[in-house]
Write a protein that binds this ligand. Sequence first.
Ligand code: PRP
Length: 211
Amino acid sequence: MLVFVPPHPLIKHWVSVLRNEQTPCPIFKNAMAELGRLLIYEASRDWLPTVTGEIQSPMGVASVEFIDPREPVAVVPILRAGLALVEHASSILPAMKTYHLGISRDEETLQPTIYLNKLPDKFFERTRVFVVDPMLATGGTVLAALTLLKKRGVDNKHIKVISAVAAPPALQKLSENFPGLHVYTGIIDSTVNDKGFIIPGLGDAGDRSFG
Ligand code: PRP
């Protein structure tokens, strides 16, 4: 498994806005959306298939390269907080489909429960899937999501996980269970406390995005 923390000043900026406990809800949500856009942009590099050809510009014939419309791209936001991180994805991915997954973590046991699943029964085999969840803490939630995707025919090399902040327990679980996976995150923090919160993290991303 590879974990990328793209060294971009805008990514550092939006992570810092998210970390600040003084950041109000609408600004937090917008910062999350901007961070998501940047991380998906970075994760798309060298990953989205293109098709080449020639086109007539007003001044001559030019070689061109477009995103290949025959190669499906999917985003899977994990509700609720993933909705904020994925909000601007459609402005940078020319053709994408969104498949919502609702997963909530029990506050006591920290075990995930899937309460909404809009994944198709089977994905087209080359579908590239962005799984989007702001926080990878204990890793139970993202593991549940990836297990569902695997059952529906998506292999690890066609998945990129996008998160705002990731912690070692989640990264360890992912590398043990999903070798070959690529994870893009705004920052890696060192600790998860006994309530399942990343320290210092950014608090409860769902509550801070949606009130
Ligand atoms: C939070 C967060 C992740 C999950 C991470 O969701 O948004 O989805 O916990 O925890 P884990 O790695 O320990 O499983 P939450 O259950 O609070 O739902 P919400 O997004 O609706 O607030």
